[in-house]
Ligand binder design. Structure first.
Ligand code: ZN
Length: 308
């Protein structure tokens, strides 16, 4: 089938519609993966009352606008995040398609577009899960790494470069921020999830890209943390983290040995001390944003940082 013959604007619209539909799937993944639920069954349900959502009320972005942000079954508010994530799905598909097909619309370019989109959407899902739960699920990080490896030949990246990037990405987080930090301050400054995520980013972009991603994430994370602290006076823990801790404590108080053990091992078992220095800030979202920036705008970032 000669896809080249189809007008490019038409193909872009198809890509965006495809992205919106997957964006809708991403909202389900963000809500269900951390709770250990299946992302496939049951079908879409209202978060508030559990009523199944008919397909037409599940149309990405549009349904939220038409329903004015309220569930039609029980009137519960639907968070703005839902249409935002759906729209992000559309935007990622547009960017992935446009970027991957710069050299033409061939099967290889389309395969690269699909893989780029899958990686970008995975980064979006990881961002919101880490924001909510302060943890990066291994499955998501592994997905990102696997897509990176699969797309190596399409991106003309030698596997040696990817392997060095993965090791460098892991080490540059693990050695200073986990190993050394723990020896100096008694607790790790970052999670193992961050090290694994930067290893996946190194697989994608090699060690130079991994280092840039770390620097971009650190700079942007610091700016956001300072702005939040100035605006709100404090950086609050995510609700789910507080809720999970209370549940574990109640179970431990009732004599549950497993809960006691979980509390002993959990780095989030105690409330953080007051102040910016002790604030618990998820770093994964900033790494994910840096990944997306490097994925879609590598040349611009390099040209901006190193003008000729
Ligand atoms: Zn409902």
């Amino acid at each position: 089938m000669p896809l080249d013959d189809l007008p490019l604007p038409f193909l872009r619209v198809v890509a965006v519609l495809f992205g919106l539909a997957w964006g809708s799937f991403a909202t389900v993944a963000i809500a269900r993966i951390p709770e250990g639920q299946s992302v496939v069954v049951p079908g879409s349900r209202c978060d508030a009352c559990g009523a199944p959502i008919p397909a037409w009320k599940n149309v990405p972005v549009l349904a939220w606008i038409l329903l004015r942000g309220r569930a039609s079954c029980c009137g519960a508010p639907i968070p703005v995040r839902v249409p935002v994530v759906e729209a992000l799905g559309g935007a990622m598909a547009y960017l992935a398609f446009t970027r991957a097909t710069e050299g033409g619309v061939t099967p290889a370019h389309l395969a690269l577009a699909a893989l780029t989109f899958a990686a970008a959407l995975t980064a979006v899902v990881l961002t919101f899960i880490d924001l909510d739960y302060l943890y990066l699920p291994d499955g998501g990080v592994l997905t990102l790494a696997a897509i990176g490896v699969l797309s190596l030949p399409l991106r003309a990246v030698p596997w040696q470069e990817a392997a060095i990037g993965a090791v460098a990405g892991y080490a540059v987080v693990y050695v200073p921020f986990i190993w050394l930090y723990e020896r100096l301050r008694g607790f790790p400054g970052m999670g193992l999830g961050d090290a694994k995520l930067l290893a996946a980013i190194g697989l994608w972009f090699g060690w130079i890209g991994a280092l840039f991603a770390l620097v971009l994430a650190a700079v942007q994370g610091t700016i956001v943390a300072l702005c939040t602290f100035v605006a709100a006076g404090r950086i609050a823990e995510p609700e789910a983290v507080v809720r999970e801790r209370e549940e574990l404590r109640a179970m431990a108080a009732a004599g549950d040995e497993e809960a006691k053990e979980a509390l002993r091992l959990d780095p989030l078992a105690d409330e953080p001390e007051e102040g910016l220095r002790h604030a618990r800030i998820a770093f994964g979202p900033f790494l994910c944003v840096a990944f997306l920036e490097w994925l879609f705008a590598e040349e611009w970032i390099l040209a901006w940082l190193m003008p000729r």
